[in-house]
Design a binder for this molecule. Structure first.
Ligand code: FMN
Ligand code: ADP
Length: 298
């Protein structure tokens, strides 16, 4: 997959299927668009292109808060998902006030027409430009609007996935995504207490503006130094020890190494329980023994 800013000198000249949208998380609803794009690409012997934005268009419309910078994926995972879904050319353009003011006609002239379009694929709720044009704006092109994908009678959406994660229901999030929700970060120093209670934990700090699941304990896999291990994670304030900062920490099974400064990816598989404030360290250790058993058996 080639990744480029959308500008005339960067555009591939061969026939292409253009897929339009923001695609936070590339969940199963989004994947349906790419299923159609791949089918068309074979039929028409065309490549697949996506025109999308690095950040959420909502940033341009709403008063700022940090959550508006958050994504369901790290930037690398986002690229990997586009690639897995068959995208050959990813074109990025910043969603700005100027971009938001383009009419559907302007958008077609300045973007769509610059590509050698074999067909266009959009989602059921896609709207073009400031005049909210619909697919009829693309009547010069063969275009497809993909119906919404539902699960348990409800639309699959990035908002629904986000809510499942914030509720700690990572099983539901994974089911809607079609892959395991993951958070990538650096292994940093904590209080160096873990090793003294027999459960060293790699403290993971994400730099990627990702959503963390609700406070609690989870069965996870963790990828570090090129290998994927089973483990158990805690997200919370280490209440038993009066912690002041929220941390994401993983005890990695059958592992013994110093990994500070390494980049690690945590895959959330299942929620085990909420955080408990124990009266002493013995209670915490007994609870972690039980968490370990559950996590190994999962
Ligand atoms: C699987 C797991 C479950 C945990 N559960 C709790 C808990 O219920 N209550 C709590 O106060 N801390 C809990 N912790 C966090 C520990 O207090 C923390 O890992 C320990 O204090 C080590 O901290 P450190 O990495 O800063 O040295 C848990 C950690 C793990 C890995
Ligand atoms: N099985 C393991 N799981 C997690 N970290 C481990 C493991 N074995 C060794 N380590 C190392 O020990 C560190 C965690 O030890 P800990 O005493 O909890 O210190 P800290 O508070 O700095 O996280 C990890 O960052 C990692 O470098």
């Amino acid at each position: 997959m080639k990744v480029n800013q959308f500008s005339e000198q960067n555009l591939d000249a061969a026939p292409t299927i253009l897929v339009l949208g923001y695609f936070d998380g590339l969940h199963r609803g989004h994947q349906a668009l790419f299923d159609k794009a791949r089918e068309l690409a074979v039929e028409k012997n065309a490549s697949i292109s996506v025109l999308t934005f690095p950040e959420s268009p909502i940033l341009v419309f709403k008063k700022f808060n940090e959550d508006l910078l958050k994504h369901l994926t790290s930037p690398n995972k986002r690229l990997a998902l586009f690639e897995e879904n068959g995208v050959d050319f990813l074109y990025l353009t910043d969603f700005t006030s100027h971009f938001a003011k383009l009419t559907s006609h302007d958008f077609v002239q300045k973007y769509v027409k610059k590509l050698n379009i074999a067909a266009i694929v959009v989602g059921f709720d896609y709207q073009f430009g400031s005049d909210h044009g619909d697919l009829t704006q693309l009547s010069d092109y063969e275009s497809y609007q993909i119906a919404q994908v539902s699960d348990a009678g409800e639309k699959i959406s990035s908002t629904r996935v986000r809510q499942a994660i914030l509720d700690g229901d990572v099983s539901l999030a994974n089911h809607l995504l079609g892959y395991d929700y993951e958070v990538t970060g650096l292994v940093v120093h904590g209080e160096a207490r873990g090793r003294t209670i027999g459960y060293p934990t790699a403290n993971i700090e994400s730099k990627n503006y990702q959503y963390l699941p609700a406070i609690g304990v989870y069965v996870v896999d963790i990828e570090v130094l090129g290998t994927r291990y089973r483990g158990m994670a805690s997200i919370g304030y280490n209440d038993t020890f009066g912690g002041q900062h929220q941390t994401l920490e993983v005890n990695i099974f059958d592992f013994r190494d110093e990994i500070y400064g390494e980049t690690a990816t945590v895959y959330f598989l299942k929620r085990i329980r909420g955080m408990i404030k124990f009266d002493g360290v013995e209670g915490l250790i007994a609870q972690m023994d039980s968490d370990e058993k559950i996590s190994r058996e999962y």
